[in-house]
Design a protein around this ligand. Structure first.
Ligand code: C2E
Ligand code: MG
Ligand code: MG
Ligand code: MG
Length: 296
């Protein structure tokens, strides 16, 4: 049956195929249909200057507005999109939509608020020979200046090949910036920094979670603080900007600021939201929780 779905499923088919692969292939067909039907939306989460609470950028995060299942988060469909190759056209949609929206916000609210838009990019997109052309076309179509675009890449060994490296350096030469996402969780964090033309490091939220718990005996918190501090120092030495992910409390925000983080992102400041709500937030021009201010 999966065979009949045709081009949408680029999964190699053979007997004794494992269940998850089959499930991926099925879901892959559904995802292709959903992409054609325009069921994917971008939600936007502000990136905030910790000392002032000012919004300095946004991260677009894909959501599937399923007609019956409601809002579906990426954890439930990205693995299938990756496995079937659908991540490539889906990623193109994300890039176009994110750049279009960022250009609007840039025009309406100015370069201070809209310093960067940071869509996530899959390594599979970097392997697509059309990727550079797509980025160039999308920037031209949307009139978004290249220096507003920061592509977020999750560190992984597959970021190492010469083909990928060439693509990353081409992007860099175009003025597009790169962020290393989920920093500290990959196998290759430190050595990757030597060859990867990154401008931004995003500290993974697993190092932020529980970082503020300093009761005696909770050495896990000390370890997280040590890692967070080491990362920000390393980044500083390399001339990179750091963003702390997954900030859920004022205590965490305060602590990260003390450790040297200037930028943060997390439910404490704002959850991902539809573009209309993000526009309202820009229009209100209010700080989203200034560190050292009243906790709420
Ligand atoms: P990510 O790029 O690290 O994005 C941050 C994730 O953490 C988002 O989950 C966001 O909703 C969540 N988050 C933000 N603040 C907090 C917090 O304070 N606490 C907690 N517990 N979570 C927080 P989401 O939207 O479910 O996305 C998960 C991952 O899926 C992303 O992680 C990214 O790797 C991937 N992803 C999302 N959208 C896209 C996309 O358009 N393209 C690609 N290739 N990957 C995407
Ligand atoms: Mg990200
Ligand atoms: Mg991340
Ligand atoms: Mg993540």
């Amino acid at each position: 049956a999966a065979k009949q779905r045709g081009k949408a499923n680029r999964v190699r088919y053979h007997d004794g195929m494992e269940q998850p692969v089959l499930a991926h292939a099925r879901l892959g067909g559904e995802l292709r249909q959903a992409l054609d039907d325009g069921e994917f939306r971008l939600y936007y989460q502000p990136i905030v200057e910790l000392c002032s609470g000012r919004i300095v950028g946004v991260e677009p995060l894909i959501r599937w507005e399923h007609p019956t299942r409601g809002l579906v988060t990426p954890g439930e469909f990205l693995p299938a999109a990756e496995a079937t190759g659908l991540i490539v056209p889906m990623g193109r949609f994300v890039l176009r939509e994110a750049c279009r929206q960022a250009a609007r916000w840039l025009a309406e609210f100015g370069p201070e608020s809209m310093q960067k838009i940071g869509p996530n990019v899959s390594v599979r997109q970097l392997h697509d020979p059309d990727f550079i052309d797509d980025v160039r076309t999308i920037l031209a179509e949307t009139s978004l200046p290249a220096d507003r675009l920061v592509l977020e890449l999750t560190e992984s060994t597959s970021l190492r090949g010469t083909q990928v490296s060439r693509t990353l350096h081409q992007l860099h030469a175009m003025g597009v910036r790169l962020a290393l996402d989920d920093f500290g969780t990959g196998e290759s964090s430190l050595s990757l920094l030597r060859s990867f033309p990154a401008s931004i490091i995003k500290l993974d939220r697993s190092f932020v979670e529980g970082i503020e718990l300093d009761e005696p005996g909770t050495s896990a918190a000390d370890a997280r603080q040590a890692v967070a501090h080491a990362v920000v120092q390393l980044a500083g030495a390399l001339g990179l900007v750091t963003v702390a992910e997954g900030i859920e409390s004022q205590e965490q925000a305060d602590l990260l600021l003390r450790l040297g983080y200037s930028l943060g992102q997390g439910y404490h400041m704002a959850r991902p939201m539809p573009s209309e709500r993000m526009t309202e937030l820009f229009a209100a021009n209010q700080a989203l929780v200034a560190v050292g201010g009243d906790a709420r």
